[in-house]
Write a protein that binds this ligand. Structure first.
Ligand SMILES: Nc1ncnc2c1ncn2[C@@H]1O[C@H](COP(=O)(O)OP(=O)(O)O)[C@@H](O)[C@H]1O
Ligand SMILES: [Mg+2]
Length: 251
């Protein structure tokens, strides 16, 4: 059983789409305050993992095994209930309301807290603007007119407005220029100060391992390595497959 500092514990979690297995049973732990990364190539099963935790697998996708979140097994709960319990996912496709302002997108992220009558939920807005000064500058701008990096910041900012216990990020570096990737990862490192724990899946192993405490390497649906991020960053198998020359996209 997980101890009190364990936020998320996956035990024998597996997933499939119809009859096709996408994830072999795996164990994974996120301690409170940690940044945990799962690195893997395209198709390794990273999004499947996050969607399984969120309870949001598309296309007859289903998962088995235990998902212990804050000590309770949430396997079988619907998405709404998982969100209410403090889980938030920023999906690969940063779904924003393009025709709404940056500010209104952020307010929508806090809607659930507002509806629940949580006092001071708007204070989170100031925290988000402090983390992302660029969003404050562009508060009135329509989300659809933002650059790729700004859109990613807005997606993360909106997720933070829900004050999640665990923030799950699906490839935040996808499609962004190296300079922007650096900026996004600096902010991810900074997020620690807000008390949120992070589960980050990435193809960009270099950037992800740099910012994470612990890492897992996922290959075709199976965890092949795990341990402290600094250890993984120096592991020959990781260096050869994920950090070799030509893969230095994060700088
Ligand atoms: N909606 C889906 N329906 C059927 N198979 C899927 C679906 N999404 C992903 N898969 C399959 O599951 C495996 C893992 O995919 P995915 O989780 O998207 O990997 P990653 O996010 O690491 O790129 C792949 O073989 C992929 O083809
Ligand atoms: Mg994916």
């Amino acid at each position: 059983m997980a101890d009190h500092d364990t936020l998320l514990a996956l035990r024998g979690l597996s997933a499939s789409y119809g009859k096709v297995a996408a994830l072999d049973p795996l164990d994974l732990t996120v301690e409170r305050g940690q940044i945990v990364t799962v690195i893997g190539a395209n198709g390794a099963g990273k999004s499947t993992l996050l969607n399984a935790i969120m309870g949001a697998l598309p296309n007859r996708g289903h998962s088995r095994g235990h998902i212990l979140f804050q000590g309770r097994d949430i396997q079988g709960w619907d998405i709404e209930r998982r969100v209410g319990e403090g889980l938030t996912l920023v999906p690969e496709r940063r779904e924003l309301f393009a025709s709404m302002s940056v500010h209104d997108n952020l307010l929508l992220g806090g809607f659930r807290l507002h509806r629940a009558g949580v006092r001071g939920w708007r204070d989170t807005l100031d925290e988000v603007y402090a983390l992302f000064p660029r969003l404050r500058e562009r508060a009135a701008q329509l989300a659809g007119t933002l650059s790729g990096g700004e859109r990613q910041m807005l997606a993360v900012g909106r997720a933070l407005m829900a004050r999640p216990a665990l923030l799950m990020l699906d490839e935040p570096s996808l499609g962004l220029a190296p300079r922007v990737v650096r900026e996004i990862f600096q902010t991810i490192a900074q997020l620690r100060t807000t008390g949120v724990s992070i589960l980050l899946v990435e193809q960009n192993a270099r950037a992800a391992l740099h910012v994470a405490d612990t890492g897992y390497v996922l290959e075709t649906g199976a965890v092949v390595l795990s341990g402290p991020a600094a250890m993984l960053a120096g592991h020959p198998r990781v260096v050869e497959s994920y950090l070799g020359l030509g893969r230095q996209t994060a700088g």
